[in-house]
Design a protein around this ligand. Structure first.
Ligand SMILES: *[C@@H]1O[C@H](CO)[C@@H](O)[C@H](O)[C@H]1NC(C)=O
Ligand SMILES: *[C@@H]1O[C@H](CO)[C@@H](O)[C@H](O)[C@H]1NC(C)=O
Ligand SMILES: *[C@@H]1O[C@H](CO)[C@@H](O)[C@H](O)[C@H]1NC(C)=O
Ligand SMILES: *[C@@H]1O[C@H](CO)[C@@H](O)[C@H](O)[C@H]1NC(C)=O
Ligand SMILES: *[C@@H]1O[C@H](CO)[C@@H](O)[C@H](O)[C@H]1NC(C)=O
Ligand SMILES: *[C@@H]1O[C@H](CO)[C@@H](O)[C@H](O)[C@H]1NC(C)=O
Length: 446
């Protein structure tokens, strides 16, 4: 593990972040000739540093929350896994607010003219700001989370920008689960969670989270950032070649916590079936292992992508059971490794990533087994997976690999995003612009 940065380094970093170089047309990846910004103009709201970069300097002050200083470098990608690594970082998903901000600064249709803008990006690190309410000194004031920002946006700083569409054209990234930020306002503030997403003040704003609730129209989940951030198309292509060539000697793999609960649940069923399968003969299946369990207890995998990527490269199917919450970063890790995801709950992906994975494509690159069928009706995952013919598996893996660019956050300053290869950021921005456009239409029609 790299040593945590001393506070001075953090402050320096914050200062550097604060003075991001403005995206200049000279270094822009798109030539002006093929750039058509109709309906795509985005204006970045200016915020005082207490709403973003100042929060980084407090990365080690919350005793009940992990010190996140080591994950801040490289604009939120974290340290490289090795000195020579170009594409692999020790990325923490909670840093998506930084990663997204940095990418926004090189977005090709930025405008500084509010009247030209189709959408307004609020570079607020709201998930990071929630830590002081969730684990810090503001725990008794969690219903206040967001009020200061609202006052700033709607009153202090160019109120005309907010008032034009009362927030309907604003969006922000909150790199936490929406469940952490939706405590009803009347509740005891000591219950876990802030009320940010329950504030009427922000009802109109599009919120991009790591896990969205199904019903509020303004939420949308983005893929968790993985550790893979290729700096160019050639790095991506050579990785894809490696994924394609990789020999898959394990039928199914589960990477996750080691604890087995007393009560029946899907994780328990998977663990038991996997333990059993390691004692069964794999003869005649074409695999040398039927199941592999990668023990990620105590967070050992979180910032060490090698631990699970290598085994995932050698597995055909990667099991993605829901845990404390239905979504998992591992879904995206497995796609990067060309390992076909197996879902047990619609909330894990199908009801989350409508922009990144077209809903009608799931059956082509994932397997779905209802968790109750496994836990209560004795369906064996192994039997389901063994029954899928080899040519079908090859087709699915081909589709998984086609999805890969859509879940990658390519490294900032890179040249990867050449139109036909949209990454997770590009797709999120495109979806947000469309949603805001239709929202404005609805409001105007009211
Ligand atoms: C730019 O795109 C818009 C719609 O997205 C289209 O109506 C317009 O004709 C395009 N302009 C040019 C110059 O291609
Ligand atoms: C950082 O932490 C200190 C001490 O808890 C607090 O006074 C300050 O407001 C925090 N800064 C931000 C930007 O939250
Ligand atoms: C990585 O590079 C830094 C600075 O160039 C050097 O100090 C460090 O020893 C290197 N680490 C490894 C593991 O090679
Ligand atoms: C929050 O309030 C409870 C009682 O209502 C009190 O015991 C506790 O010390 C307060 N916590 C903080 C951090 O102020
Ligand atoms: C949100 O939009 C509605 C109209 O659609 C408006 O009545 C309401 O005041 C707006 N909320 C805020 C906080 O601006
Ligand atoms: C373990 O394997 C045996 C025989 O191969 C089978 O009868 C049993 O149902 C399996 N148990 C689980 C949990 O898969």
């Amino acid at each position: 593990m790299p040593p945590p940065l001393p506070t001075t380094a953090i402050l320096l970093l914050a200062a550097v972040l604060l003075h991001f170089p403005p995206p200049s047309t000279a270094t822009n990846q798109y030539s002006n000739a093929d750039k058509n910004c109709t309906n795509k103009w985005i204006f970045i709201r200016q915020l005082p540093p207490r709403f973003n970069t100042d929060l980084l300097s407090n990365c080690s002050v919350y005793p009940l929350f992990d010190d996140f200083c080591p994950y801040v470098p490289n604009h939120g990608l974290g340290y490289k896994t090795h000195n020579k690594s170009q594409s692999w970082f020790r990325t923490d998903p909670f840093m998506l607010e930084l990663i997204f901000h940095r990418r926004m600064l090189e977005y090709s249709c930025l405008t500084t003219t509010p009247n030209q803008a189709n959408a307004f990006y609020v570079p607020y690190y709201g998930g990071m700001d929630s830590i002081k309410y969730l684990y810090g000194p503001e725990v008794n004031n969690s219903f206040q989370h967001g009020k200061d920002l609202y006052n700033y946006l709607s009153q202090k700083n160019s109120p005309a920008i907010w008032n034009k569409n009362l927030g309907h054209d604003h969006f922000m990234v909150l790199s936490r689960s929406a469940w952490d930020l939706n405590q009803p306002l009347g509740n005891d503030p000591l219950l876990f969670g802030t009320s940010f997403l329950e504030l009427p003040e922000f009802y109109n704003v599009t919120a991009l989270t790591l896990e969205a609730r199904a019903y509020p129209w303004q939420e949308r989940a983005l893929p968790y950032p993985t550790s893979f951030h290729p700096p160019s198309l050639s790095f991506l292509k050579s990785w894809i070649n490696r994924v394609k060539k990789s020999k898959r000697s394990t039928l199914m793999l589960f990477a996750g916590g080691g604890r087995i609960s007393a009560n029946p649940n899907i994780r328990k069923s998977i663990r038991l079936e996997c333990e059993n399968a390691t004692q069964m003969s794999a003869d005649g299946t074409g695999y040398s292992n039927l199941c592999e369990f990668v023990d990620c207890s105590n967070g050992v995998c979180e910032h060490d992508p090698l631990k699970f990527t290598k085994p995932m490269l050698q597995a055909t199917f990667c099991l993605q059971p829901p845990g404390d919450t239905p979504t998992r970063r591992s879904t995206f890790d497995s796609i990067i490794a060309g390992c076909i995801p197996v879902f047990f709950d619609e909330l894990t992906a199908k009801k989350q990533y409508g922009w990144h994975f077209p809903v009608d494509q799931y059956h082509k690159f994932t397997v779905f087994i209802q968790k109750e069928e496994v836990v209560f009706k004795g369906i064996k995952i192994l039997d389901v997976l063994k029954s899928i013919p080899g040519n079908e598996i090859r087709r699915m893996r081909e589709r998984v690999i086609q999805m890969m660019p859509r879940v990658i956050y390519r490294r900032h300053g890179s040249s990867l995003g050449l139109k036909e290869l949209k990454d997770a950021f590009d797709i999120a921005v495109e979806g947000t612009l469309k949603r805001i456009k239709s929202r404005l239409k609805e409001v105007a029609a009211q």
